[in-house]
Design a protein around this ligand. Structure first.
Ligand code: NAD
Length: 253
């Protein structure tokens, strides 16, 4: 049986949106599993704060923080190259950064729709596009995209968010088929309602209503999502590709 501390030994991982919430838990989990990690955040200040907390918890953590604008391919390409130059390789890419909105279609501005698509879809493509040539050259890799349970059910307002997560599943399944021959696995994790800032922004009444429909009787914890990502990133998932793994307590909306 493999110890958690050895699961990613010698691997280098990029985690987007790694400064808080689910992404931060993934960074911590990957470091615990022996990986070197580059976390991407949206602001220098939050990146510094996340790095400081990590160093406090694990002084010997091999971690760097960058804040490329994920909506600009040239910036993403530059950041991925910087990770490769710093750590010598890129084995794992976690496309976690994402935003949500719940506007009704009657109030939904085209600008807001574009903003969601830029981060939740375009940036996923950009990060994959910039990373996979290195993975191919190294003989393989693992890409994990953060989807959502809304990619299965849709949601009754804020159509841009589920649309973006359906697109994430499409990228995942298509690229798993395209990149299999290069030994690059591509999977997605579809969390249910998880206790992060994104959920804190929802009306409490809505969180409770959702919780009451969940067979496990509660919302998920960020660490429970990170555990699934760790599995998919590791060699324990060596024959898993093209999967969208639900981590949602069997939520039925
Ligand atoms: P969060 O809001 O707590 O964190 C989002 C992360 O994305 C942050 O690190 C933030 O810095 C980053 N980010 C936001 N805008 C960015 C930008 N413009 N450029 C770069 N980075 C940016 O969210 P979370 O709940 O931890 O969600 C993480 C992922 O999980 C998202 O893709 C989200 O869609 C997905 N998800 C979350 C839930 C949930 O209930 N929390 C459920 C299903 C899926």
């Amino acid at each position: 049986m493999m110890n958690v501390t050895d699961m990613l030994k010698g691997k280098v991982a990029v985690v987007t949106g790694g400064t808080r919430g689910i992404g931060f838990e993934i960074v911590r989990k990957f470091l615990e599993a022996g990986a070197k990690v580059a976390l991407f955040g949206s602001r220098q200040e939050t990146v510094e704060k996340a790095l400081a907390q990590i160093k406090e918890e694990k002084a010997d953590a091999e971690v760097i923080g960058l804040c490329p604008s994920l909506g600009e391919y040239s910036e993403v390409e530059k950041a991925i190259l910087e990770v490769k130059d710093t750590f010598g390789q890129i084995d794992i890419l976690v496309n976690n950064a994402g935003i949500s909105a719940r506007e009704s279609i009657y109030d939904y501005s085209p600008e807001e729709f574009d903003k969601i698509m830029t981060l939740n879809v375009n940036a996923v493509f950009y990060c994959i596009r910039a990373s996979v040539p290195f993975m191919k050259e190294q003989g393989g890799g693992s890409v994990i995209n953060m989807s959502s349970m809304v990619s299965i059910y849709g949601q009754p307002a804020g159509c841009g968010y589920p649309a973006s997560k359906f697109a994430v599943n499409g990228l995942t399944k298509s690229l798993a088929r395209e990149l299999g021959r290069d030994q690059i696995r591509v999977n997605a994790v579809a969390p249910g309602v998880t206790r992060t800032d994104m959920v804190a922004a929802l009306p409490e009444e809505m969180v409770q209503r959702i919780s009451s429909t969940i067979p496990l009787g509660r919302v998920g914890e960020p660490e429970e999502i990170a555990n699934a990502v760790l599995f998919l990133a590791s060699d324990l998932a060596s024959y898993v590709t093209g999967a969208v793994l639900s981590v949602d307590g069997a939520t039925q909306v």
